[in-house]
Design a protein around this ligand. Structure first.
Ligand code: XMP
Length: 326
């Protein structure tokens, strides 16, 4: 039987009971596969790698070594949450790598979106490889591969899978959620006790905020992006929108616009709000947001985020617009 094919009669995991059963089965399978071997996992903090980490912690505890690379393109508070949940609450063996300067230095002056993606992906592999080489006796690599990643040749997600490691660093793979769909992974995550904000996290691109700070990334615009995105998320939560909008974020483009503050002319950044609903990310519509919510977000961004004088709401569906701006 092809182990990468979901059996036709496989029950869809929709309840805590079904998730508990899956967890029990996987724990037995993981223990059987790895014995007393050590397993390495790149833990981004996204749903899939987080669920795999929590499963492996249950199954093999300290035999799992998680590596979290902070590339400086995470949303506000995300790296901190990974450390808090996995190291402090779950007692995981977690290596936290502060690679912020390294990534931002490499990206300095690079404006081409595909080049930026390549640098971020390539640097991620290099940082992960360096960490892996410092460790001894690792035989296995765990990955948050899910069923759509196997079925779709071009998946939405490419960042979890640490393919591209050099030939002398090839490990046997441990992929406990590879036959699950995203909604099932979330049910399993909740059953494992992961926080709601992690389990129900919206999709986040591998290159992170890097593709939302358009053109050549600068630290001031990246800070404006992170702060405005945090305000947007807070106000969406407050307005009860988080469950009804598939993906939402802000963008800070690489051009300024004129404004006036304290009777003086300023030349500051615009912030663009993007919110979309979609089934499969191939097409997307823009939700009609309540004017009062948009106004509150606008007022807060203008008052709280330095260097911003204008806020816009992107009304473009996909297509012709893509969800991300680059
Ligand atoms: P677009 O912008 O193509 O986005 O309409 C569709 C979905 O894919 C995500 N996206 C990415 N995810 N690496 C990723 O892992 C990427 O380079 C990337 N670019 C776009 C986007 O956030 C949306 O959910």
């Amino acid at each position: 039987m092809d182990s990468n094919k979901r059996p036709d009669d496989m029950v869809r995991i929709t309840t805590k009971e079904l998730a508990d059963k899956f967890i029990e089965e996987q724990i037995a399978l993981i223990r059987k596969q790895v014995g007393d071997g050590k397993v390495l996992l790149a833990l981004s903090g996204g749903v899939d790698s987080s669920v795999v980490a929590a499963l492996l912690i249950r199954a093999i505890g300290q035999q799992l070594v998680c590596v979290h690379v902070n590339h400086g393109l995470m949303r506000k508070g995300e790296s901190e949450q990974v450390v808090q949940v996995f190291r402090s609450q779950l007692g995981a063996n977690l290596i936290y790598v502060d690679a912020v300067d390294r990534f931002l230095d490499k990206l300095a002056g690079v404006a081409d979106p595909e080049q930026k993606r390549k640098i971020i992906g390539g640097e991620f592999i290099r940082v992960f490889e360096e960490e892996a080489r410092k460790l001894t006796g690792i035989k296995f690599l765990a990955q948050g591969t899910i069923y759509p990643d196997i079925v779709e040749s071009v998946g939405v997600k490419a960042h979890h899978n640490v393919g591209g490691l050099p030939p002398d660093l090839q490990f046997e793979l441990v992929e406990p959620v590879k036959l699950l769909f995203k909604d099932e992974v979330r049910v399993v995550g909740a059953a494992l006790g992961l926080p709601d904000s992690m389990v129900n996290r919206q999709p986040f691109p591998g290159p992170g905020l890097g593709v939302r700070c358009t053109g050549a990334i600068t630290r001031d615009r990246l800070a404006a992006l992170r702060e405005s995105d945090a305000i947007l998320r807070e106000e969406f939560d407050r307005a009860g929108l988080t469950k009804f909008v598939w993906q939402f974020f802000t963008i800070v483009p690489d051009y300024r616009s004129t404004g006036v503050r304290d009777s003086k002319r300023v030349f500051d950044w615009p912030v663009i709000i993007r919110a979309v609903n979609t089934r499969d990310a191939m097409t997307a519509t823009v939700p009609e947001l309540d004017w009062a919510v948009l106004k509150k977000i606008t007022d807060r961004i203008l008052a709280e985020v330095p260097g911003v004088c204008r806020v816009l709401y992107d009304l473009s569906p996909k297509g012709p617009a893509t969800i991300e701006w680059e």
